[in-house]
Design a protein around this ligand. Structure first.
Ligand code: ADP
Ligand code: MG
Length: 608
């Protein structure tokens, strides 16, 4: 039998390598941006169309390439950044594998124009699926422009694997934001479908953080600065008010490279312990500068994992640096509304500091079911309908005339078929209700029950377009970062149907004139932020349609703090609503709402 082993043709080898380097449009964006940084550019423009699937272009004013290099750079393992194995331990560039351009070219149609300062003519190249179709001198500015068209055009399986436009765009934002945060001294412009969505002027880190991530609530950015033998730590952490229920804006960079390192996240999280609720996540943009020989960036092709020689020491340095900055923040006398808190920093017990600064924006007592209904007066149930009957309330119905949109009675919310009777109800601390009906014992998770009921209501409202809007006395301006702004903008009609009277108001800003009456006690900005955080999480995990996702997100959001004490009447109402739900047993995500134990179950528990 003849020999059967052979070397793969270059084109197939490149396609296989591309699988690792270019997983989605965002990976190509990352590689191109990093190449521009490595080329010393101080002005970089990113253009994408259709979430990068049909068009990605990165234009820089970096050092450009010679005619030969312009051809060479598309070969696999072609790099100007390392020469010998030793160089791997002294990396000062993002790239070093020489794989990115070859991989991108293997799975798309690429065009490049590049010129060096010293050359009068530049070079233009066109490559398709790794094959050079065109290579000519051309007039062009100094720097490099690379255009990637129809990514994965020759690998349909990959193309079909891509997620929705909004998810892929989000991934691109993530990469762009990381690069922009780590390089405040560089001007970036980001165009989506030919619209300029973000222009970042050269600035300092603090301003770059607000330019990229948006101003958030009342929080402050606290500066970190520490130099030790092992590393230098700089950057900012958001004061405790910034913390969110969903892990969002957490950025850690090692020598300018974005890294994911749960161990260091943990160090930061523990530094915040006691200052923010357990399940909240701090906000930070932190940079390590460390001698390149002390880290190994070579563990993963897409390079967000990095190995550190002294990770234990770094853990404790990091934690104490953050504690220090938080300490000086929380103990600084605060002046607000002509009121001065001043206290001795040395004698204040830790617990007091904590309670004073324990996330003031979160109203942990808020309970969407609390009303002041008198017990046992049937007619008072009508009070629950009040927010929906108030004359100042509006009903958003996609812009129909007001007399057409007043809800028909059968569409009204909180419609209870009947109030259910229970043999007994009481609440135990921590947000559980125990009740009994038909000789069965039912143990209810209060928060889940609220979420279920709210979810049903939001779904109902979407179907009937009869959501009640509570008009705000003072309209609220809410500023988002560009990514969040775009997401909210793309969902604006659905968000209106949820009960927000919202419209865009200039750059990255919305004006909120009204909020869902069901949830009108909560801060609109926090509600909206929580809504989009939940939305995004659902979007990445599940394939939900927009409305389903928004109803779930809003219900989760509004029910979040529904763990407070309830009156008997409120419990009866909640349980009645729950047990009239089309599906009371489970939340839409499949988690149980209550546990039921029958008489037989009880006797079995006692071994009968
Ligand atoms: P790596 O970045 O790992 O070296 P790439 O495939 O990304 O590999 O790029 C190959 C080479 O092409 C780089 O080493 C660099 O010399 C050159 N190059 C790529 N992009 C640019 C750019 N925007 N400006 C100048 N040179 C570039
Ligand atoms: Mg590169």
């Amino acid at each position: 039998m003849s020999d059967i082993i052979r070397l793969l043709p270059e084109s197939i080898a490149n396609q296989i390598a591309a699988g690792e380097v270019v997983q989605r449009p965002a990976s190509a964006v990352k590689e191109l941006l990093e190449n521009s940084l490595d080329a010393g550019a101080d002005k970089i423009q990113l253009f994408i169309r259709d979430a990068g699937t049909t068009f990605i272009q990165v234009k820089d004013n970096g050092k450009g390439m010679s005619e030969t290099d312009a051809r060479m750079c598309w070969e696999r393992h072609a790099t100007s950044k390392i020469k010998k194995a030793d160089d791997l331990f002294k990396l000062t560039t993002f790239g070093f594998r020489g794989e990115a351009l070859a991989s991108i070219a293997a799975v798309s149609q690429v065009e490049m124009k590049s010129r060096r300062e010293e050359d009068s003519l530049g070079t233009e190249l066109k490559i398709e699926a790794g094959e050079v179709l065109h290579h000519e001198p051309i007039n062009c500015p100094v720097g490099t422009t690379i255009t990637v068209k129809n990514l994965f055009f020759n690998i349909p399986a990959r193309r079909n694997f891509l997620k929705s436009t909004s998810i892929e765009t989000r991934h691109i934002y993530d990469e762009f934001n990381r690069v922009a945060l780590a390089n405040p001294g560089i001007e970036f412009t980001f165009f989506i479908n030919d619209n300029e969505t973000l222009k970042l002027q050269k600035t300092d880190l603090q301003n770059r953080i607000t330019d990229v991530l948006g101003k958030k609530g009342q929080g402050e950015l606290l500066e970190l600065h520490e130099t030790t033998d092992i590393l230098k730590i700089t950057g900012f952490v958001g004061s405790p008010e910034y913390a969110k229920r969903i892990r969002g804006d957490q950025f850690l960079f090692a020598n300018g490279r974005f890294i994911k390192e749960p161990y260091f996240n943990h160090a930061i999280q523990t530094a915040f312990q006691g200052l923010i609720p357990e399940d909240n996540f701090p906000y930070y943009v932190i940079f390590f500068e460390i001698e390149p020989s002390k880290i190994d960036v070579n563990v993963h092709p897409t390079k967000t994992e990095v190995k550190f020689e002294d990770s234990k020491a770094i853990y404790s340095i990091l934690r104490s640096v953050i504690k220090k900055s938080l300490g000086s923040y929380t103990l600084t006398p605060q002046i607000s509304d002509n009121q001065i808190f001043s206290f001795e920093t040395s004698s204040l017990p830790e617990s007091e500091v904590i309670s004073k600064f324990n996330s003031p924006n979160v109203n942990s007592k808020y309970n969407p079911f609390s009303t002041d209904i008198q017990p046992n007066k049937r007619q008072d149930w009508g009070k629950l309908l009040e927010p929906f009957k108030k004359p100042e309330s509006n009903f958003y119905d996609g812009g129909k005339k007001s007399d057409e949109i007043y809800p028909k009675p059968e569409n009204q919310l909180f419609m209870l078929e009947e109030k259910l009777l229970f043999d007994g109800i009481f609440q135990i601390a921590g947000g559980y209700i125990i009740c009994s009906k038909n000789n069965e014992l039912i143990l209810v998770n209060q928060q889940a029950a609220s979420e279920r009921v709210l979810y049903d209501q939001f779904i109902n409202q979407f179907e009937h377009h009869n959501i009640a809007v509570q008009t705000l006395l003072f309209p609220r301006m809410v500023e988002f970062n560009a990514a969040d702004f775009n997401l909210v903008y793309s969902l604006i009609d659905e968000i209106k149907y949820l009960g927000f009277d919202i419209s865009s108001f200039g750059k990255n800003t919305f004006i909120i004139n009204g909020v869902p009456a069901i949830n009108d006690k909560a801060d609109p900005q926090i509600t909206l932020e929580g809504l989009i955080d939940n939305f995004r999480q659902n979007e990445q995990k599940l394939q939900l349609d927009k409305k389903e996702n928004l109803a779930r997100s809003m219900a989760r959001n509004a029910a979040m703090s529904a763990t407070g004490a309830l009156t008997l009447m409120e419990m009866e109402l909640l349980l009645s609503q729950l047990f009239q739900s089309p599906q009371p047993n489970f939340l839409p995500n499949g988690k149980p709402v209550f546990i039921k134990i029958s008489q037989q179950g009880l006797s079995e528990m006692f071994g009968k």
